[in-house]
Each structure stands twice: as structure tokens, then as C-alpha cells.
Design a protein around this ligand. Structure first.
Ligand code: ATP
Ligand code: MG
Length: 572
């Protein structure tokens, strides 16, 4: 490809709104341009990278026995009513009405559409198992679209769905997809970790997320340094320590804490550590009030509350509601005498029976609080976010909490959709059975952003050959080098199967060097009048900056060996 005929608008500076490296670099490297919030044009250089990701994922899907189809973006509300998600999906689902007053939405995912398709076509056990996927544009009206392609509103997803006769078949399909995902991300040169995840609003029983490890990731992973345990922070379990509280406690006593609302303020006022304070966080779960009790230095894990109560919506109480439930302004709620429907205490609180907590009265706390005696707490549960001080729930080893970017997700759905939408088949004996499903997604556009988060330096991107639009960037540093450069460009394309970008612009060498580093092709070839005069060609390995010089008549052999070495270096 000749740069002068390509559409590759590079920029020296990224717009101020770009916060993370991948977003900045994708704009500067002419890969994407914003149309409106969370919605981007994919320019040729960006599209080529995404297409390479698609090619690898397609190969692995097909190898694992999945079959590609393509479903519509616009979906009828009726299908979503059948599954129950028209009510439950929330505002991420962009809904609209057509000219005939039919309600529709833009597909954020395709469980309903595919289940509808399959229930109409599949009759017999002979037609199962079935594994169907597509690579298609999704729309989710994200509350906070950001970081460019990382969290867009419109984005490209590979979504796949498996249909099996029974759970053991569904387990096999799940395993095959899990392996195909691991294989795809490995081939794409990403450093990732597979973690146990919560199944969330999509419903289902069991899921794993594929996390690309990166500082800028929105997710936190709890990963054991000793065994293979790894879980999404939301999901990560905290085990009870088994330590028991001492027996003796004095009677509950009020203490005046004027103006001390927050944990910090109360601790400063009473001169105690946050771990000695009991924190009461008030929620509403599907309309019922919930008080979650944790140590002052801990964070409540809302997913654990939701799962425990099987609630679909969990929200913090607003100040008026806090007043009704606790009888005090926000900041003074405590477990003793609280009018909440559920009182949930974290395991850790059983280790002590002499707590300081809110007094359910303005400017008041209490001390010597015994949760059983004074608040009638009977059950203690895992209620909080895990920390680096907690042991691994499997082996007791040391936990680390690295950040990650979720690039893929595999779910066992069971019969959630097939039951609601009546997707059934007849078994060998003519008995009607419900199809068992799985759902599998990869954020294709997010993969490219995640790859850049992992592979860059101060000068620009350092793309793995598996994702680089052009593996070779050939710089013709002046007009007189153009003929020779064209010859090399043609030779490489004919003989190696690599893609080459030839910078044939009338620009200063400095500009071309900078752009080459920015665009991040793994191999650079530099050709100018000076080096040609000496009969040599210079090359640079973008990843480690290593340069070599070869006599031009040796180019074919030297290049072949060099590119093999670089491609090999990128294998992980
Ligand atoms: P997240 O927690 O990041 O919102 P999710 O759990 O909603 O992700 P899924 O519904 O499992 O995501 O979608 C499958 C894949 O699609 C995700 O693993 C992710 O890679 C990608 N994805 C999801 N939302 C977005 C988005 N807004 N922009 C880009 N990619 C996305
Ligand atoms: Mg989401």
C-alpha cells in the first residue's frame, strides 16, 4: 500500500478528551474518528487491525465447530418481552418506535433473536448440538462511554450461542468455546488471565471472563499468586476467618458525635481506627430495605447482596429514605433498632462483639454494640470486597489485585432463555425437552484497544504482527529512493505474504520516522539516498529498537531471516 493513496490522517497531538493511551494513539494513528459520544468511524488503518482480529477469531470459532451467521441490529420489543428483558435490561437498551407504532430496540446482544430463530427451525434431537456465531455491530447506551473503543456505545462484537440437548452437552460446548477463546487471545499476542465472573443481568449460572492485564483496565481481578484461582473483584469470595468474639461486653452506650458523618470524621472524632468502627450501608433491593454491615475500612460488595437476595435492582437509599428507615440523617444509621427488612452482617463482624456504630439518632453513635444481643443479627455472610490482605479462598495463598480489561466472556445460560421462549426439541423417545444454552462474546473493537494498552511506548504503538495492519513499514526517505522502495514493497508482498505500507509522501525524514513509530508496525525498513549510495538498506525492529544494515543485494535472504526472527519473538 502506498501511503499517498491510502487514507491515513496521523496527528501530532491527541484531543484533550482522550484519557487513556490506546484512545490517544488510535486517534493520532488515524485509526478512529469520533462521530458522536461513544460512536466512532473506523478508518482504514483501524479497520484493518479489527479485521485481523476477526480473522483469527473466525478461524478459531470455525475450528471449534461453530458456524457463522448474521443477525439484524433492529430487534422487535415483543421478543424482549418474552424473555423478560424488556423490563429488566435498563437504559443501556436503546428503544424506539417505528412509523407503525411498533416498539423496537437496537440489539445490545442477541440471545432473544437467536433463540427465536432456533426454536422455529429445530424440532428434533438430531438437529442438536448447534453452535452459531456472528460478528456484528452492537449498540448499548452506556451511561459513561469512554476511552474510545474500549467502552463505546456502538461497537463490534463476536457473539456466539450454543444449543445442546442437555447440561453435559452444554458443558462440552462451553469448554470448547473457553478453549477457542484462550487460543484466539494467545494467537493475538495478548497477555491475559481467565477469571471466574458473576453472571449479572444476562442471567445464567456460571461464567468466565477473559481479562487482558493492563493498568488502565476498568476491572479489578483477584488472582492467587500460589494457585490458579482468579476471579473478578465482584465475584471474589472472602472466607470467614473462624476467629470468635470474646464473651464479655458492657452494655450499649450512646456517645455524642456532633457533625461526624463519614467513617473518617467519626474515627478522627473518637480517635479510633476505621477497622474498629461498624459501617451500616442502606440499600433498597427491589423495593425492600437492606442494611449491609461491614467493618469501617471495608467496602460492601453489592453483587453479593443482589445474589443473596436474588434481587434485580439494588440502589442506595436517598437521604429522605435514610431518615425514614434509621430515624437519623445520613451518616448515623446503625444496626441496633433499625427498621430494615434485611439486616446482613459480614463474616468479619462475628470476630468481635464490642463495636462502635451509628446510633440511629442525629449526631449520635453507640459503643459496646453486640450484634446478636443488641441488633438480633443471626446470619453472617460474605458481603464485602476482597482486599490484598485476604487469603486466597481456595488455597490460603497470597492474593494480588491487578487491573484488567474484559475482552471476552463465556456464560453457561442453562434454560433461562429457552424456557422463557419455549425453545424445545423432541428427544429419542418423542418427549419434549428444553434446549440448554450457552452464550459467548468477544469485544472485537475493544481487543484492539486492549492490545495497544499492553503494547506501546512513548513514541507510539508496538503492534503484534497478528494485529498490525501492515507488518512492514517501508520508509522512502527521499524521492530518489522511491523506485528501489517500490521494488522492495512488491518483492515482500509477492514472496512473504506480509502487508507493506510504503511511506512515499513528500515529507521530511523526521516526520516519517515519527509516524512509523506511532503506527507501530513490527518491522521498519528505511531507504534513503545516503544508504543506497553505500549500497545498504537499514531495518529496525520496532519492539526493541534493534537496527541492522544489510547490503542491498542480500536483501531477500537477510529480510527472510529477520522477519522469521521477529515473528518468532512475538509468539507467546
Ligand atoms: P462490561 O462489564 O465491560 O460492560 P459486559 O459484561 O457488559 O462488559 P458482555 O455483555 O459479556 O459484556 O459482552 C461481551 C464482550 O463485549 C465483553 O467481554 C467486552 O469485550 C465487549 N463489550 C461490552 N460492552 C462494550 C462496550 N461498551 N464497548 C466495547 N466493547 C464492549
Ligand atoms: Mg456492560
Amino acid at each position: 500500500m502506498f501511503w499517498s493513496r491510502f487514507f491515513l490522517p496521523t496527528l501530532k497531538e491527541a484531543p484533550a478528551e482522550a484519557e487513556v493511551v490506546s484512545h490517544k494513539l488510535m486517534i493520532r494513528a488515524g485509526m478512529i474518528r469520533k462521530l458522536t459520544s461513544g460512536v466512532y468511524n473506523y478508518l482504514p488503518y483501524g479497520l484493518m487491525a479489527i479485521n485481523k482480529v476477526c480473522a483469527v477469531v473466525r478461524e478459531e470459532m470455525n475450528r471449534a465447530g461453530a458456524v457463522e451467521l448474521f443477525m439484524p441490529t433492529v430487534q422487535p420489543a415483543d421478543l424482549w418481552r418474552e424473555s423478560g428483558r424488556w423490563e429488566h435490561y435498563g437504559k443501556e437498551l436503546l428503544r424506539f418506535t417505528d412509523r407503525h407504532q411498533r416498539e423496537c430496540c437496537l440489539g445490545p446482544t442477541h440471545e432473544e433473536v437467536i433463540t427465536d430463530l432456533v426454536r422455529r427451525e429445530v424440532r428434533s434431537y438430531r438437529q442438536l448440538p448447534l453452535n452459531l456465531y456472528q460478528i456484528q455491530t452492537k449498540f448499548r447506551d452506556e451511561i459513561r462511554p469512554r476511552f474510545g473503543l474500549m467502552r463505546g456505545r456502538e461497537f463490534l462484537m463476536k457473539d456466539g450461542y450454543s444449543f445442546d440437548r442437555d447440561t453435559s452437552g452444554a458443558d462440552k460446548s462451553y469448554q470448547a468455546m473457553y478453549e477457542a477463546y484462550a487460543q484466539s487471545f494467545t494467537r493475538l499476542g495478548l497477555r491475559f488471565r481467565v477469571v471466574e465472573a458473576d453472571s449479572g443481568a444476562i442471567g445464567g449460572k456460571f461464567s468466565h471472563e477473559f481479562m487482558v492485564l493492563a493498568q488502565t483496565g476498568e476491572d479489578v481481578i483477584a488472582a492467587c499468586s500460589a494457585c490458579s484461582y482468579a476471579a473478578n473483584l465482584e465475584r471474589a469470595e472472602v472466607m470467614p476467618s473462624g476467629r470468635k468474639a470474646a464473651d464479655k461486653v458492657s452494655l450499649l452506650e450512646e456517645i455524642s458525635t456532633p457533625g461526624a458523618h463519614t467513617v473518617e470524621e467519626v474515627c478522627a472524632f473518637l480517635d479510633i481506627a476505621a477497622k474498629d468502627l461498624l459501617k451500616t450501608v442502606l440499600f433498597k433491593a427491589d423495593g425492600r430495605t437492606v442494611a449491609a454491615l461491614v467493618r469501617g475500612d471495608r467496602e460492601v460488595n453489592e453483587v453479593k447482596i443482589k445474589n443473596h437476595l436474588n434481587a434485580s435492582v439494588l440502589e442506595l437509599l436517598n437521604p429522605e429514605e435514610v431518615l425514614t428507615v434509621s430515624g437519623a440523617p445520613a451518616g448515623f444509621a446503625g444496626p441496633a433498632g433499625l427498621k430494615a427488612d434485611h439486616l446482613l452482617a459480614d463474616y468479619e463482624l462475628a470476630e468481635k462483639n464490642d463495636w462502635i456504630a451509628g446510633g440511629n439518632k442525629a449526631d449520635t453513635h453507640v459503643r459496646h454494640l453486640d450484634l446478636q444481643r443488641d441488633a438480633g443479627v443471626k446470619t453472617y455472610m460474605d458481603l464485602r470486597l476482597v482486599t490484598e490482605e485476604d487469603p486466597c479462598p481456595r488455597c490460603g495463598g497470597r492474593l494480588e489485585l491487578p487491573r484488567g480489561i474484559e475482552v471476552g466472556h463465556v456464560f453457561k445460560l442453562g434454560t433461562k432463555y429457552s424456557e422463557a421462549m419455549k425453545a424445545v426439541y423432541l428427544d429419542e423417545n418423542g418427549a419434549e425437552k428444553t434446549i440448554v444454552m450457552g452464550t459467548y462474546g468477544i469485544g472485537m473493537s475493544r481487543v484492539v484497544a486492549a492490545c495497544i494498552e499492553q503494547n506501546h511506548d512513548a513514541d507510539g504503538m508496538i503492534l503484534p504482527p497478528a494485529i498490525a495492519p501492515f507488518e512492514v513499514h517501508l520508509l522512502a526517505l527521499d524521492g530518489s529512493a522511491l523506485d528501489k522502495a517500490t521494488e522492495l514493497h512488491d518483492w515482500i508482498r509477492r514472496n512473504t505474504g506480509l502487508e507493506v505500507l510504503l511511506d512515499d509522501r513528500e515529507e521530511r525524514p523526521g516526520v516519517k520516522f515519527k509516524d512509523a513509530d506511532l503506527l507501530g508496525a513490527p518491522m521498519q525498513i528505511l531507504l534513503g539516498a545516503k544508504s543506497l549510495g553505500r549500497g545498504v538498506v537499514e531495518v529496525k525492529n520496532r519492539r526493541n529498537g534493534a537496527r541492522e544494515e544489510w547490503p542491498i543485494e542480500n536483501f531477500a535472504a537477510a529480510f527472510t531471516a529477520w522477519k522469521d526472527k521477529i515473528l518468532h519473538e512475538w509468539k507467546i
